[in-house]
Design a binder for this molecule. Structure first.
Ligand code: R2B
Ligand code: URA
Length: 311
C-alpha cells in the first residue's frame, strides 16, 4: 500500500463525534472492543483505515477479511487474520490494509453500541475520508431469493425514513438518509461484475425477526396470513424491497458522524411466498457472499483509482 497516494488531494473529511465530554477524558475505554486510548496506540493501529465493513456475524466478517486480503493481493503469508477484539466475545474485528471488518450482532441495540465505539475509535485514530458499508442478509419482498438490495432509504416498520432514539426518556427523531451516489456506484459495480442481480430500493428495519416482520412462524402469531400479506404489499407500495434489523440506526449514526455509508444486503427468502429459510446451507452461504463480492469489488476499484494498490 502506497500510503502517500491514499491522501486526499482536496479537503479531507474527519470522523465527527458530538460529545463535549470526550476531549476532557484522560482515557477512553472502548469496553466492547477491549481497546482503549491509554492501552493502545489507536492512530498507529487504525489511522490508515478508509473502508469499514460491518455485518452481523463474527464468522462472516472473518471470511470477508480473508476474501479482501486475496482481492487486494495483501495476503498474510500465514493466512492468519487475528481478531483485534480477541479479549472480548461481544464483537469481532479484523483488518487488512485500509479495510476494517467488524461484526455487530443482531438488531438495533447491538449495532448501535458497536457503532458508538467504532465512531470513537475512528475519531481517536484521526481517520479521514472513511466509507462504512453494512453487508448483510434480509428478507425480500417480491424478489427472487439471492437478489442483492442496495438501500436507497432506510425506513422503520411504519415505512417512515426515521430512527427514534429514546434519550433521557424523550424521543429524539433522527434522519436515516444514506449516500445515494454511493448506492449508484455500487449498482454500477454489480453491473460490471455481472454475477448476480442487484437493485436499489428502500429497506425496512424492524425491531424483531418474527412478529416485527409479520412472520407466521414465531412462538406467537396473533394475526392472520391475510393480515401479513396486506402489510407486506403496503410495504412494497412504499418502495420497500427488503427487510432487516439494523439499517435505520446505522444510517442515522453514520450521517451524524459525517461518514459516507451504504447498506448492501442479500435477500434470503421472498416473504410474499414464505417465512422459513428453506434453501440449503450452501445456497444460503452463496447468497451471503454476494454483498461481500460486490463491496470487495467496489473497494478494489476505489483503491485502484487512487493508485493505492501495487500493480
Ligand atoms: C438480518 O439478518 C439478521 C436476522 O437473522 C439480522 O441481523 C438482520 O438484519
Ligand atoms: N434477515 C431478516 O431480518 N429477515 C429475513 O427474512 C432474513 C434475514
Amino acid at each position: 500500500m502506497k500510503m502517500d497516494t491514499m491522501k486526499n488531494k482536496g479537503t479531507s473529511r474527519p470522523v465527527i463525534v458530538h460529545n463535549p465530554y470526550l476531549c476532557g477524558m484522560k482515557e477512553d475505554i472502548l469496553y466492547h472492543f477491549n481497546l482503549g486510548t491509554a492501552t493502545h496506540d489507536l492512530p498507529a493501529l487504525f489511522g490508515d483505515v478508509k473502508f469499514v465493513c460491518v455485518g452481523g456475524s463474527a464468522w462472516r466478517m472473518k471470511e470477508f477479511v480473508e476474501f479482501m486480503a486475496a482481492e487486494l493481493g495483501m495476503q498474510n503469508p500465514r493466512s492468519d487474520y487475528p481478531n483485534i477484539c480477541a479479549g472480548t466475545d461481544r464483537y469481532a474485528m479484523y483488518k487488512v490494509g485500509p479495510v476494517l471488518s467488524v461484526s455487530h450482532g443482531i438488531g438495533i441495540p447491538s449495532i448501535s453500541t458497536m457503532l458508538h465505539e467504532l465512531i470513537k475509535l475512528l475519531h481517536h485514530a484521526q481517520c479521514t475520508d472513511v466509507t462504512v458499508l453494512r453487508i448483510g442478509t434480509s428478507g425480500g419482498i417480491g424478489l427472487e431469493p439471492g437478489t442483492v438490495v442496495v438501500t436507497k432509504q432506510s425506513v422503520d416498520a411504519t415505512f417512515m425514513p426515521k430512527f427514534e432514539q429514546l434519550i433521557l426518556g424523550e424521543t429524539v427523531v433522527r434522519n436515516t438518509d444514506l449516500d445515494y451516489s454511493l448506492a449508484e456506484e455500487l449498482l454500477l459495480c454489480s453491473e460490471e461484475l455481472g454475477q448476480f442481480h442487484t437493485v436499489i430500493g428502500n429497506t425496512m428495519c424492524t425491531l424483531d425477526f418474527y412478529e416485527g416482520q409479520g412472520r407466521l412462524d414465531g412462538a406467537f402469531c396473533m394475526y392472520t396470513e391475510k393480515d401479513k400479506q396486506k402489510y407486506l404489499i403496503k410495504a412494497r407500495e412504499a418502495g420497500v424491497c427488503n427487510i432487516e434489523m439494523e439499517s435505520t440506526v446505522f444510517a442515522a449514526m453514520c450521517k451524524l458522524s459525517g461518514l459516507r455509508a451504504a447498506v448492501v444486503c442479500a435477500t434470503l427468502v421472498d416473504r410474499l411466498k414464505g417465512d422459513q429459510l428453506i434453501s440449503s446451507h450452501d445456497v444460503l452461504h452463496s447468497y451471503q457472499q454476494r454483498p461481500q463480492i460486490l463491496v470487495g469489488y467496489y473497494i478494489k476499484k476505489q483503491l485502484n483509482a487512487l493508485g493505492a494498490l501495487q500493480k
